[in-house]
Design a protein around this ligand. Structure first.
Ligand code: FE
Length: 194
């Protein structure tokens, strides 16, 4: 025989699930909002110019420049979110390319300063590189193309706080934190559905 308490418990659980589902709270609890977006509306990552130096089909690799390359070592990581930050995209492709510390792009078949990484099951990606130099008239930046079969691909650029970034969208400017010999920055991305 089912006890009265158990029945009451089931009613409460059902009511809670109904309320949570109806308010979208279940999704909110499943995936916490990214730090950079906390307390703000979750907007799709704005696009920015592709520029003339993109080369498609860069290899998948964790470090855009080999260890020992001149420049300040930098680790960029983040999460690729669905619209509204309700969920994340696993297996999204983050295609990045940038200038070296002297502001020079590589055009060899070695894809130096170029590479792709994939997001894991939690939508997380990370790559290691060096802080890009500026090449006049551009402020230091890293080019991004982010794609997933279920999302509209976005081509954009990432900039760094403390530079004269010429009025680019705030969502494309991140601070960098010193961590030993390395600088670290978080760039969360929000894609729109196709
Ligand atoms: Fe560029």
């Amino acid at each position: 025989m089912v006890s009265r308490y158990r029945i009451l418990g089931m009613v409460w659980l059902g009511l809670l699930a109904f309320l949570a589902g109806g308010c979208g709270l279940l999704e909110a609890f499943t995936v916490p909002a990214p730090d950079s977006l906390t307390g703000e509306a979750c907007f799709s990552t704005p696009a920015d110019m592709e520029g003339p130096y993109y080369i498609p089909d860069a290899p998948f690799k964790d470090a855009l420049y080999p260890e020992g390359t001149p420049g300040q070592r930098l680790v960029i990581s983040g999460t690729v979110y669905t619209a509204g930050c309700a969920n994340v995209y696993a297996d999204a492709v983050v295609d990045v390319w940038q200038a070296n510390a002297n502001g020079e792009y590589d055009f060899s078949d070695q894809f130096i300063g170029r590479g792709r990484v994939k997001t894991d099951a939690n939508g997380h990606y990370q790559f290691e590189t060096v802080v890009p130099g500026l090449y006049e008239p551009r402020p230091p930046h890293i080019h991004f193309k982010i794609s997933h079969p279920d999302a509209a691909a976005v081509t954009t650029q990432l900039y760094f706080a403390g530079n004269d970034n010429g009025g680019v969208a705030d969502a494309l400017v991140i601070p960098l934190q010193q961590d030993g010999d390395t600088l670290r920055g978080t760039f969360d991305i929000v894609l729109s559905p196709r």
